[in-house]
Design a protein around this ligand. Structure first.
Ligand SMILES: Cc1cc2nc3c(=O)[nH]c(=O)nc-3n(C[C@H](O)[C@H](O)[C@H](O)COP(=O)(O)O)c2cc1C
Length: 239
């Protein structure tokens, strides 16, 4: 009897172990499927030293609206997204640009054209600062259609990559009430200027675009309802 009892425990532990393993496998399989469905690209680590001084970048910064037909490297896109919204501090609250209450209401979407960034499909890539990855949402080269809903500004169709900045006001207004809207827009200004200056240091060119139809941009890019587009930046090589 004692022998049977002493056998029971290891058998029970064994069965429980196999059960846990089966459940775990089922969950990890789901994660993999989700990851596959979402198409995620890991970005190269940002460089912390550049060829141009901050002063020179400030002096050189100009809106450029004509671009060459020349792709951007993934390293360049990575550097730009990091400069705008990358994590630079001890946790995800501390980023390249300041944010009221460290609440970070902004999201960055890179609208990538066909053959614009070798290795990336054409489509709308959402930046995840915490992981320094981008994930593909709407598919296809949407630059021309984005131009059409932005007062037909041709620079949008000509840029290799178009960055769309969105704001989720609720992340800031939950703490600051109505004033949070002002803070969220100020956050966007800080981040956009970081991006613009990083553009200069990479010998690229950019322009800021505020004239577009918000609802049409949201629909075209299939943005989440709460991510309201507030600013567009074209990126490419100056003609
Ligand atoms: C909030 C904002 C919205 C803008 N919207 C547009 C726009 O829709 N189209 C455009 O061609 N330029 C736009 N610009 C760029 C300005 O026209 C440009 O910054 C200005 O002419 C000064 O030139 P600079 O940036 O080369 O110094 C915008 C700039 C800002 C800051």
């Amino acid at each position: 009897m004692r022998r049977i009892r002493s056998l029971c425990l290891p058998v029970f532990v064994g069965i429980a172990g196999v059960g846990i393993l089966i459940v775990q496998t089922a969950f990890s399989r789901e994660d993999v499927v989700e990851a596959e469905q979402e198409k995620i690209a890991r970005l190269p680590a940002p460089k912390l030293q550049g060829a141009m001084s901050l002063e020179e970048a400030i002096k050189k910064r100009r809106c450029v609206r004509k671009f060459k037909d020349k792709p951007l490297a993934l390293e360049q896109l990575s550097q730009l997204l990091w400069a705008a919204n990358g994590v630079t501090g001890r946790d995800v609250r501390f980023r390249a640009a300041p944010s009221a209450g460290a609440l970070h209401p902004l999201d960055f979407y890179a609208v990538v054209g066909k053959d614009s960034v070798p290795g990336l499909d054409a489509g709308v890539w959402h930046y995840n600062p915490e992981e320094h990855t981008i994930s593909l949402g709407a598919k296809g080269d949407l630059r021309d259609a984005l131009k059409d809903v932005s007062l037909k500004q041709r620079q949008i169709a000509r840029a290799e990559v178009v960055i769309v900045v969105t704001v989720e006001y609720e992340r800031t207004t939950v703490k600051y009430g109505n004033r949070g809207k002002r803070y969220a827009l100020l956050d966007a200004g800080f981040a956009a200027e970081n991006l613009f200056l990083q553009v200069q240091t990479l010998d690229l060119a950019s322009c800021v675009i505020g004239a577009f139809k918000d609802a049409d941009v949201s629909r075209l890019l299939k943005l989440p309802e709460k991510h309201r587009p507030i600013l567009i930046m074209t990126i490419g090589h100056a003609e």
